[in-house]
Design a protein around this ligand. Structure first.
Ligand code: 5GP
Length: 212
């Protein structure tokens, strides 16, 4: 049987309200054996409908500081008054098991991960235009006006960093966007640098033919 390669580490970032969460849910529903979604720790309050351990591990400031001190996080960053971080153990286990691991994190975290793991794939997801973004954020009704304004201003800052990413995907139609993200991540498996063992093997096999 073919040996299972190490999984792809993919970071998905995007403006707040671009629909990343929905895309990730759909991707996992369609390909449950292929992907593992990292669940971050955050100090923000759960939104209605969010469950501890599912969307996030909702932790106190104190517990978050402890996670930093114990080196339990692969990266962490501040975002609109709160901290968010990626627990290390789960990501490493799932990559070793051959799963493609997705981190849905913001840009500072994305850059830290790329520095630690240079072969990380970085995808940026955008709404088709700024007006759609604002409508989605306000229409969500889960944040007050001040927070929506802060998130839009953060989106403006983040737009300056998109060139650091490998792919820019516009979420105008969910199904199309999910298929595109899946295709991008799966193509990574065919990269020459990820297949050096297999390449060496077929080369050795061919040489063996020649010696016959
Ligand atoms: P939200 O509060 O809307 O769930 O998330 C706010 C922002 O924090 C989003 O851009 C999200 O991608 C980012 N985020 C979520 N988890 C993490 C994490 O573990 N690390 C970093 N750096 N950003 C995160």
């Amino acid at each position: 049987m073919e040996k299972k390669n190490r999984g792809v580490l993919a970071v998905v970032s995007g403006f707040s309200g671009a629909g990343k969460g929905t895309i990730m849910k759909e991707l996992l529903a369609q390909y449950p054996d292929q992907y593992a979604l990292s669940v971050s720790a955050t100090t923000r309050e759960p939104r209605p409908g969010e469950t501890d351990g599912q969307e996030y591990f909702f932790v106190s400031d104190e517990r978050f500081r402890e996670m930093i001190a114990q080196e339990e996080l692969l990266e962490y960053a501040g975002y609109v008054n709160h901290y968010y971080g990626t627990p290390k153990a789960y990501v490493m286990e799932q990559l070793d098991a051959g799963k493609d691991v997705i981190l849905e994190i913001e840009i500072q975290g994305a850059l830290k991960i790329r520095k630690k793991f240079p072969d990380t794939l970085l995808l940026f997801i955008s709404a088709p235009d700024a007006k759609t973004l604002q409508e989605r954020l306000s229409g969500r009704g889960t944040e007050d006006e001040g927070t929506v304004a802060k998130r839009l201003s953060r989106a403006c800052e983040e737009s300056e960093g998109i060139e650091a990413y490998d792919y820019f995907v516009v979420n105008d139609e969910l199904g199309k966007c999910v298929a595109q993200v899946h295709g991008i991540i799966q193509n990574e498996h065919a990269r020459v640098a990820r297949n050096l063992e297999k390449i060496a093997q077929i080369r050795a096999e061919l040489k063996a033919f020649e010696r016959r």
